[in-house]
Design a protein around this ligand. Structure first.
Ligand SMILES: Cc1cc2nc3c(=O)[nH]c(=O)nc-3n(C[C@H](O)[C@H](O)[C@H](O)COP(=O)(O)O)c2cc1C
Length: 173
């Protein structure tokens, strides 16, 4: 499993998924995208990539990885999920309706067998003043929390568990 996370929420989701896969009896390797260059997907039974969104973008290193390994990834069971705040909205919380998942697919030759999108976490105290100001402004525009010390975890852990169970069953098949 490969993970791109700046503030830790995508990592938390990846760790939860790894736990589910391990409990199902699978051997799992979790690598952060910084260390993923040497980790080729071939040799694994399942490849999972989870990536956060910042300012509309999936980490360029995730896109590079997906394109570099597209052939191998397309030839094996594979899954991609995006973590973003827009996914807190019911009309944008499916891979087909989430703009970032669709944008990712337009930029990569990889066609994951499974796609998912999870709502992330808002954590104003963690952000620097400029990021905080910009994100609060975006939240103001989109009816989200704007209180300057707000910390809100939008992640639906039941959804994460359901995705993990599905991956675990698929890895066993
Ligand atoms: C600087 C910054 C920019 C962000 N930009 C977006 C964005 O453009 N769209 C969005 O839906 N969420 C955006 N988010 C929300 C993150 O996707 C969300 O906080 C996610 O949980 C971050 O994952 P991480 O903790 O793994 O880094 C942004 C967050 C930060 C801090």
């Amino acid at each position: 499993m490969i993970c791109s996370s700046t503030d830790g929420q995508t990592r938390k989701i990846c760790e939860r998924l790894c736990g589910i896969l391990r409990r199902g009896g699978d051997e799992v390797t979790l690598a952060m995208i910084d260390d993923a260059a040497a980790l080729a997907p071939s040799g694994f039974g399942l490849a999972v990539v989870g990536a956060r969104i910042r300012y509309g973008r999936t980490d360029a290193r995730v896109i590079a990885y997906a394109n570099r390994h597209a052939q191998a990834l397309n030839a094996m069971p594979s899954a991609f999920f995006s973590v973003n705040i827009v996914a807190r909205k019911p009309q944008k919380n499916r891979p087909e309706t989430n703009p970032y998942v669709q944008k990712f697919l337009r930029r990569v030759a990889w066609r994951p067998r499974w796609l998912e999108v999870f709502a992330g976490k808002l954590d104003y105290p963690r952000y620097g003043p400029i990021d905080r100001l910009i994100i609060r402004f975006i939240m103001w525009l989109t009816d989200g929390p704007t209180q300057r010390d707000a910390v809100v975890e939008f992640t639906d852990w039941q959804q994460v568990d359901a995705f993990g169970d599905m991956l675990s069953r698929s890895a066993a098949a």
